[in-house]
Design a binder for this molecule. Structure first.
Ligand code: IMP
Length: 444
């Protein structure tokens, strides 16, 4: 199994971190390749809960290397806090972490720009970003003139770069109507901060592209961890209500430097219902008691921002689209325990758009906004499944529900999750994933 990927199929927060943490020991390297501190991965290990933003979810396994590649935008202060948080609980993350010199840095001006731009209404709504400076940083990366990369921390022209960029960014903020924020950009303070980043993170910075290519040549097994979800993909998602990176499966190679020929298995992760944070169309959204019930039972509040997540039923139109787009081989369906509390469960099987039934996911946000979900009702299982550990012990009604979802989206269900702990994850037998994992275990 040279390389496997874990990709979110909805609007993020599908519990990908949990799955990556479980699969990590069967791999040699875990790779984070896009997004930045907008992502919040929760890994629960026994009574310990770890909230990670940049650090790959394999970090709790000392024998596994963790790599942050060029496609990620790094907020160094947050990354350092993640490392010290892990260290304070007895982990040694600096021993198994490497950061690409090519990765871009989210600088203080990016965060201020995000604050100013996020007040704008786009396509009739506010994007509602995580305010982590993600869009402005990726924009500067593509623009090249004002970009700063991790390599700048170790190559010595930090002071000049910061002086030049701070002068330009102050004018830019004034032009955007953020004049009161421009005064917060103090080149001396930013230089002092960047010098600390350089000391703390410098030893971890290296050429991850060649490291990964060498690892593949040496028959090492890679696990590529997607952040956010496919519907937030900058090119193929619900634009402009998206993030600024390719968060679907199509972003794996560009962000990591791992060519497609090495990718053997792509696991899609979806919740058994749907959530979204921030603005944008959401056809199956439930603005009622049922939506509140999902939010409270599923503890659907943002890891990064604490915002309550918008909740709704499973949308098979959207997930079939992202399953195809992201090249998914098998699905991991999460949070099934939350649905145990419902007598009946709705699944959106098609949309009605301007009086017509459609099953293709529309490209335009305003079309998607006009879509009305067409539901099929499935009987609930009404049994507590949090203690189930084997596929064959799942209630028959739940198994029927899995078959229904699998048929709708066109791939097998390989994993289900019935609670937040590692132990509450059940793998189906005789799937491609289970075979690859057995072979992976044997090869280690
Ligand atoms: P940004 O990535 O902070 O620019 O935010 C753009 C949109 O993506 C907003 O709707 C965010 O709420 C959403 N978003 C970004 N990262 C995540 C994530 O990790 N989970 C869920 N939504 C996210």
């Amino acid at each position: 199994m040279p390389a496997s990927c874990v990709i979110g199929l909805q609007w993020g927060d599908e519990a990908k971190g949990k799955l990556v943490d479980i699969l990590a020991p069967q791999h040699d390297v875990v790779v984070r390749y896009q997004g930045g501190a907008n992502a919040g991965h929760t890994v629960v290990f026994g009574d310990q809960v770890y909230k990670l933003h940049h650090v790959p979810s394999g970090i709790l396994h000392p024998g596994v290397m963790n790599v942050i590649t060029p496609g990620v935008v790094i907020e160094p202060d947050t990354l350092i806090r993640e490392l010290t948080g892990l260290e304070s609980r007895g982990n040694a993350p600096r021993r198994n972490l490497m950061i690409s010199e090519r990765a871009h840095m989210v600088m203080p001006w990016h965060i201020l720009e995000d604050q100013v731009l996020n007040k704008q209404v786009v396509a009739g709504e506010n994007i509602g970003t995580t305010l982590r400076g993600i869009g402005p940083c990726y924009r500067d990366k593509v623009g090249r003139t004002f970009a700063m990369r991790m390599t700048d921390l170790v190559r010595g022209n930090l002071r000049n770069r910061i002086d030049e960029i701070v002068a330009a960014k102050r004018n830019w903020l004034v032009g955007l109507g953020g004049g009161e924020l421009a005064g917060q950009l103090d080149a001396d303070g930013i230089y002092a901060m960047a010098s600390r980043w350089s000391e703390t993170l410098g030893p971890l910075i290296g050429d991850t592209t060649n490291f990964l290519l060498d690892s593949l040549d040496d028959n090492k097994k890679l696990l590529l961890e997607g952040a956010q979800g496919s519907l937030l993909d900058i090119d193929h998602g619900t634009y402009p209500f998206v993030t600024s990176s390719n968060s679907s499966g199509v972003g794996v190679s560009a962000g990591s430097g791992v060519p497609g020929r090495w990718i053997e298995h792509v696991i899609g992760v979806a919740k058994a219902y749907t959530t979204r944070v921030g603005g944008g169309p959401f056809p199956t959204e439930l603005n009622n008691e049922q939506g509140n019930k999902i939010r409270e039972i599923g503890r659907e509040y943002g890891t990064t921002t604490g915002r309550p997540r918008r909740c709704g039923w499973f949308d098979a139109v959207a997930v079939r689209y992202t399953t195809r787009l992201s090249g998914i081989h098998g699905l991991s369906l999460m949070m099934l325990d939350v649905l145990s509390h419902f007598d009946t469960i709705e699944v959106c099987v098609a949309y009605e758009l301007d009086g017509k039934r459609i099953t293709n996911f529309p490209a335009e946000a305003d079309e998607l906004r006009r879509c009305q979900p067409i539901y099929e009702t499935v009987e609930g299982w009404k049994v507590d499944v949090t203690g189930v550990r084997r596929w064959r012990d799942l209630p028959s009604q739940l198994l029927k529900y899995l078959d229904f979802i699998s048929e709708l989206i066109g791939v097998p269900i390989e994993v289900v999750s019935v609670g937040p702990d590692r132990a509450q994850t059940i793998f189906a037998n005789s799937t491609k994933l289970s075979k690859l994992l057995r072979a992976g275990q044997a090869g280690k």
